[in-house]
Design a protein around this ligand. Structure first.
Ligand SMILES: [Zn+2]
Length: 76
């Protein structure tokens, strides 16, 4: 079963991502091949996005963590 979240474009659910600093940052194999800095935000995306055939929790976890960060930063 696909969740709605997985249909959104994020680096974290792209076919070219690998785990780097879970869950905030991912390693992009496409960028690595094109000699760009391969470390990108899990919640970013680019024009070369391709749907990932495998479900993973990168996007979900990154969203959860970002939600927590927002809550924390409001207290400052
Ligand atoms: Zn992932």
């Amino acid at each position: 079963m696909k969740k709605q979240l997985q249909s959104k474009r994020f680096c974290g659910n792209c076919n070219n991502h690998s785990v780097y600093h879970y869950p905030d940052l991912i390693f992009c194999r496409l960028r690595h091949l094109s000699r760009s800095d391969p470390i990108v935000q899990t919640l970013g995306f680019c024009e070369q996005w391709e749907p990932c055939p495998q479900e993973c929790f990168c996007v979900e976890e990154a969203l959860n963590k970002r939600g927590q960060k927002f809550a924390e930063s409001r207290e400052e």
